[in-house]
Design a protein around this ligand. Structure first.
Ligand code: NAD
Ligand code: UDP
Length: 341
């Protein structure tokens, strides 16, 4: 059985779905601070099975001890965390407490229970403002410009030290680039509980009429059209990457870092134009100044994951946007778009 912390959230739920579809038993631990219980019903509808669920906090050591005593957990995928960059600037202690403290507590409980296989949701933000593209795993980690990024880097360093001190651990640090999209059924996707910060969920809310216009942050970057370039990756490709990484960890000890990205960069305007083409909906834009802490460009070299895990992202930007739009339409009972093969 695989324990997924934060498994009711956007990424964790898609990972749960993928694992269950390949026959694994999954137990989700989530305090639902940024997700909904109904996600469990959605996973059950799509897989025909219900994941186990414990409502609780990953910082609760006593609860973790009970979970490891009660369930035959063989590995943990640690997705639980807080992820809003702006909020992390306003409430840094809450971010360090959850993202770093939660990781420490989880690792302590795992070691106590004799469970030494762990996959961690890290982020490309740990690279900071890297000068050369694409970014491979040997690129130095930078100085993340906000507490969220710092907390991810600190959590990575905690786990690296831990692995150095005890060779029984098998730890995978998965550095996600920009996950977007949804399950192609349109029944599972990202469901923001408050105003979204990220490009895609905000764009979807503009397209579905919940918000007036999309702010484009900066049009004077050194990129082909002046807007920020990112490596957007389909959440189902990301989920498949977790399954491959977990398989790899079953056969090797130590700490392993893998970028999960496509290797392709798209600008904000390219994403908007591609979305308009896929959905047939025009997205009103407002050009604004650069967002504090943003970098101009960021895309992965995904070669290491390909050679070591046999994984690469398969789904196109159009597919990501079509799937995301179908999910948004489902959420708002609007007109669905046809499947893109
Ligand atoms: P999400 O907010 O949808 O999911 C996180 C889940 O963790 C939520 O269900 C939330 O309720 C839960 N959670 C938060 N604090 C908890 C706690 N103390 N105890 C138990 N559960 C808790 O976010 P996501 O997009 O699915 O991200 C998952 C992980 O991936 C996070 O750690 C995030 O930092 C990381 N990540 C996300 C992105 C992205 O763009 N979505 C990019 C890079 C890294
Ligand atoms: N962005 C934007 N408007 C928004 C949200 C984001 O123009 O409402 C831009 C942002 O400046 C960046 C890109 O979209 O260039 C991706 O931003 P996001 O917050 O989704 O991801 P991250 O900053 O973590 O790469």
């Amino acid at each position: 059985m695989i324990l997924i912390t934060g498994g009711a959230g956007y990424i964790g739920a898609h990972v749960a779905l993928e694992l269950m579809n390949q026959g694994d038993d999954v137990l989700i631990l989530d305090n639902l601070c940024n997700s909904y219980r109904s996600t469990l019903d959605r996973i059950a509808t799509l897989t025909g099975r219900r994941p186990g669920f414990v409502l609780g906090d990953v910082r609760n050591r006593a609860l973790l001890d009970t979970i490891f005593a009660d369930y035959p957990i063989e590995a943990v995928i640690h997705c639980a965390g807080l992820k809003a960059v702006g909020e992390s600037v306003r409430e840094p202690l809450r971010y360090y407490d959850t993202n770093v403290g939660g990781t420490v507590t989880l690792c302590q409980a795992m070691a106590h229970a004799g469970v030494f296989t762990l996959l961690f949701s890290s982020s490309a933000t740990v690279y900071g403002d890297c000068l050369t593209m694409p970014i491979d795993e040997t690129c130095a980690t930078g100085q993340p410009t906000n507490p969220y990024g710092q907390s991810k880097l600190m959590a990575e360093n905690v786990m690296k030290s831990m692995v150095c001190s005890d060779e029984r651990w098998s730890v995978g640090l998965l550095r996600y680039f920009n996950p977007i999209g949804a399950h192609r059924s349109g029944l599972l996707g990202e469901a923001p509980t408050s105003t979204p910060n990220n490009l895609l969920p905000y764009l979807l809310q503009v397209a579905s009429g919940q918000r007036a216009a999309l702010s484009v942050f900066g049009r004077d970057y050194e990129t082909p059209d002046g807007t920020g370039v990112r490596d957007y990756i389909h959440v189902m490709d990301l989920a498949e990457g977790h399954v491959k990484a977990l398989d790899a960890l079953r056969h090797q000890h130590g700490v392993h870092v893998w970028n999960l990205g496509t290797g392709m960069g798209y600008s904000v305007l390219e994403v908007v134009r591609a979305f308009e083409k896929v959905s047939g909906i025009s997205v009103p834009l407002v050009f604004e100044g650069r967002r504090a802490g943003d970098i101009a460009r960021c895309w992965a070299d995904p070669e290491k994951a390909l050679s070591e895990l046999g994984w690469s992202a398969r789904r196109s930007l159009e597919r990501m946007l079509a799937d995301a739009w179908r999910w948004e339409c489902h959420l708002h009972e609007a007109k669905a778009v046809p499947l893109v093969s």
